[in-house]
Design a protein around this ligand. Structure first.
Ligand SMILES: *Cc1c(COP(=O)(O)O)cnc(C)c1O
Length: 410
């Protein structure tokens, strides 16, 4: 298999490389020696072998340890070489020993919870807000998980003998509230701290360097970066990764190899995308903060490409009033998206819990993309006027941006 091949032919880097360099090269170190430039996509679901004794040994070894199978792959639910490249690259970017990829961010979180429950550790301590569906998965008991919600200062007191995980999101979805990872990790003692790093990406924050033990990403967002691929990934030590691989094999939430390819490709532009979009987000934050139609702006000290803000007027009219900006849930794409968390991303969270976590009805969450910031501001300004004046949503947009064309479907 090409990973063994690479170990023989690729000299180990003599110094640690910068993140921007790793983003382009990690997981691809062996390509030149294979005579390739782009990573190959292996779509096989099964692999022919005349050596069934050898296959039996590989399956036994995997069942016993969860280590990445050696030798040729056996079946796509066990292992896929294209996805493995993405895992290698993401582990390198997060400074982790290993990474394990899944079909979506929720499949990744599910695997983490099942892996802990398999050791009899069903209790989770978590800090709100979390992404709406993560909140739902922890709280609804679908996986037999029991959750204690607390603020960061209450984590130590919330621990029980069966606590298997502490979970935080920072910056959090959608309030962009930040937690001090190092302080929280200290409160966790020997219980692993999971940080959902979807919003920051390893470009802005590497939680393992601050004491977290598990990093979770919805790869659907910035890692893919173009709104056309769904995936999830967990970066952690090899011991936990081995358990996650066993859970993935048994439950089947595998990433499709084409998605593995697209995510690997997405990583190569991750740092330029995140830096460019963050610069625009910081500028829009400045302008929104000075705007009389806006009650409050949330933007992380860490920076990033997400901005949330609360309007005095009708947030639904702001959503209905955008033209250039796409009114859609999700985030981390090259184009700017805006959505109303109380209606969509956090709808599934009980209203009282949502409000208590700071997700008010007037909050809008914007994922800033790579458009020119002046075009974005013109569109946003127009939509804000619609929201505050109560104007008819169709009477907007074109003059501000000076455009000829009307977006489809309005
Ligand atoms: C979207 C999201 C998830 C869930 O990921 P999917 O890929 O949609 O399953 C988890 N955490 C955060 C912070 C998210 O934004």
């Amino acid at each position: 298999m090409d990973t063994e091949f690479s170990a023989l032919t690729t000299p180990a880097p003599t110094r640690s490389r910068a993140l921007a360099t790793e983003a382009v090269h990690a997981g691809r170190d062996d390509l030149a020696s294979l005579g390739l430039h782009a990573a190959p996509i292996d779509l096989s679901t099964t692999y022919p072998s005349y050596d069934s004794r050898g296959e039996a040994e590989r399956i036994d070894a995997f069942a016993a340890t969860g280590a990445k199978p050696e030798g040729p792959p056996v079946y796509a639910r066990l292992d896929n070489p294209t996805t493995a490249r993405f895992e290698t690259a993401l582990a390198r970017l997060e400074g982790a020993e290993s990474a394990v990829a899944f079909a979506s961010g929720m499949a990744a979180l599910t695997a983490v919870l099942l892996a802990r429950a398999s050791k009899g550790l069903r209790h989770v301590v978590a800090v709100r807000p979390l992404y709406g569906c993560s909140d739902h998965l922890l709280g609804a008991g679908l996986l037999g998980t029991e959750v204690t919600w607390t603020d960061p200062a209450g984590i130590a007191d919330a621990m029980r003998p069966d606590t298997g995980l502490v979970m935080v999101e920072t910056p959090a979805n959608p309030t962009l509230a930040e937690v001090d990872i190092r302080a929280v990790a200290h409160s966790c003692g020997s219980v692993p701290l999971l940080v959902d790093n979807t919003f920051a990406t390893p470009v802005l924050q590497r939680p393992l360097e601050h004491g977290a033990r598990i990093v979770l990403h919805s790869a659907t967002k910035y890692l893919g970066g173009h709104g056309d691929v769904m995936g999830g990934v967990v970066a952690c030590d090899e011991e936990f990764a081995a358990t996650l691989r066993q859970v993935r094999f048994a439950t089947g939430g595998v990433l499709h190899p084409l998605a593995g390819y697209l995510l690997l490709r997405g990583l190569s532009t991750l740092s330029v995308r995140v830096r460019a979009a963050s610069a625009s987000a910081a500028e829009l934050t400045r302008r929104l903060s000075a705007d009389p139609r806006v009650a409050r702006v949330h933007y992380p000290e860490l920076g990033g490409a997400m901005v949330s803000f609360e309007v005095y007027g009708d947030p639904h009219r702001v959503i209905a009033g955008v033209g250039l900006i796409t009114p859609a849930v999700s985030l981390g794409s090259v184009d700017t998206l805006i959505q109303h968390p109380a209606s969509i991303s956090h709808r599934i969270v009980d209203e009282g819990d949502r409000q208590a976590a700071g997700v008010g009805d007037r909050m809008l969450r914007m994922s800033v993309g790579l458009e020119d910031v002046e075009d974005l501001w013109a569109d946003l300004c127009q939509a804000l006027s619609d929201g505050s004046a109560g104007a008819v949503p169709s009477a907007r947009g074109q003059e501000a941006a000076g455009r000829e064309t009307q977006p489809a479907g309005r």
